[in-house]
Design a protein around this ligand. Structure first.
Ligand code: 7TS
Length: 414
């Protein structure tokens, strides 16, 4: 008989873990945090793990003979295993700790071309990428003589797959695409994107900054070559992230930064390099951050968190329904059938910034502007949007307050 996993999601139990949510801003308005796509809030268990480490367990790792250093090394390496299991990677050494998604993508963009790219080769990105998954490739192409190509975005905010297929050819060496768009919420068909690229022998990097917080990610099922994400968007600390890479590809790439830990032997003239993953982890890493990442993964696997994906989906759908119901002038930017994380919109002619400021005075934190996706704004002929983005702690009741706040903003600004 098929065993079905029961959802045991409990939003009250989740919210109890986030003291930050239980506060008033400007001394009177209950905080409603709709900016988790920029950075999620942190559960107590993550803050406690980081504090405990600093208060009782801190030492540098991979180099001490003493108890604390060995214990810290052990904890750090356990998080590598935990992360491997979390995204179903095959080997521990395929998990490189970075300072975040941006750092992981820069690592690949600074080293991949040295092993895999010749002048005239091609790199493909989409028109909805965060600047972090665009600018590093521009830099790499400028240096290596490769040519950057762009997959267009449809009016509904989707990756235009036909156009992508037409761009692929034997010169394509790398495709870099986000799993979920931070601005549109679109879930891209990354499994198909990857398999099509592989038909042409191209490697694929997936920017997972906005997917790991919301979707179950299985890098072996996707068969991606690289997958980058940030701890701070998945309830973990800032300043730490993960780059997954297939072992055989990472082995071909030269080191990123030189320094301690990434070497095997050093003479004044020349060095030989350590194996994976240390080859890509020069210097003292963010040990406390990695330990906090481990606590964030534990948090995301708790029983009362099972089913968070469905809960978040309901909140997002409810929010979009209410926006459409209450505002004739609403323009939702990003109407793909498969979405997660949040909704971007404009309210008539009102400036996104003004709407954001008024919502803030009512206790509702949203982000406004171009969301580090300027080319996407140009594509839609706008300068920015208001974005309400959700974590598992958000509720439909909060959406109701947000809608009332928007009505108020509309009255004030019209
Ligand atoms: N890629 C995507 C898709 C993102 O959404 C972000 C951050 C990044 C990369 C960069 O992540 P970092 O952790 O290295 O900074 N996105 C946002 C956002 O939407 N609002 O603030 C940051």
């Amino acid at each position: 008989m098929l065993k079905t996993k029961k959802n045991t999601f409990d939003v009250d139990a989740v919210r109890a873990e986030f003291p930050v949510l239980d506060q008033k801003v400007y001394g009177k308005k209950q905080l409603i945090y709709f900016d988790s796509a920029a950075s999620s809030q942190k559960p107590k268990s993550v803050a406690d793990a980081v504090a405990h480490y600093y208060l009782y367990e801190h030492a540098n790792i991979h180099r001490g003979v003493h108890f604390l250093s060995q214990q810290a090394t052990d904890q750090y390496e356990k998080v590598r295993k935990k992360t491997r299991d979390f995204i179903n990677a095959a080997y521990d050494e395929e998990i490189i700790f970075t300072s975040g998604t941006t750092d992981g993508i820069n690592l690949v963009a600074a080293t991949f071309d040295r092993a895999y790219i010749q002048p005239g080769d091609e790199v493909i990105v989409s028109g909805m990428e965060h600047h972090s998954n665009l600018v590093p490739w521009q830099m790499m192409c400028e240096r290596s003589g490769a040519v950057l190509k762009f997959v267009p975005v449809s009016d509904s905010g989707e990756f235009v797959f036909d156009a992508y297929e037409k761009l692929l050819n034997s010169k394509t060496k790398l495709v870099a695409v986000s799993h979920v768009s931070n601005t549109l919420g679109t879930i891209n068909p990354v499994k198909n994107i990857i398999s099509k690229a592989h038909d042409f022998g191209a490697k694929v990097l997936i920017d997972g900054a906005q997917s790991v917080p919301h979707l179950k990610v299985d890098v072996r099922d996707l068969d991606c070559d690289f997958y980058a994400f940030s701890a701070h968007k998945m309830y973990g600390p800032t300043g730490v992230g993960v780059l997954y890479g297939k072992k055989e590809i990472l082995n071909e790439m030269p080191p990123y930064r030189g320094g301690g830990e990434m070497i095997k032997t050093v003479t004044l003239e020349k060095s030989t390099y350590n194996g994976l993953p240390h080859k890509f982890e020069a210097g003292t890493p963010n040990i406390a951050g990695v330990i906090g990442l481990g606590a964030a993964i534990d948090f995301m696997l708790r029983d009362y968190v099972k089913g968070a994906e469905e809960h978040e989906h309901e909140v997002l759908q409810y929010c979009e329904e209410q926006l459409r119901r209450h505002f004739n002038e609403i323009k939702i930017i990003g109407e793909a059938p498969e979405k997660t994380g949040g909704v971007s919109f404009l309210l008539g002619d009102l400036h996104h910034y003004d709407v954001g400021v008024l919502l803030d005075r009512l206790g509702v934190a949203v982000r406004t502007g171009h969301h580090c996706t300027e080319p996407l704004m140009t594509r839609f002929g706008i300068t920015g949007t208001v974005r309400a983005s959700f974590g598992m702690y958000n509720t439909k009741d909060e959406v109701d307050v947000f809608i009332d706040g928007l009505k108020h903003a509309e009255r004030m600004l019209s």
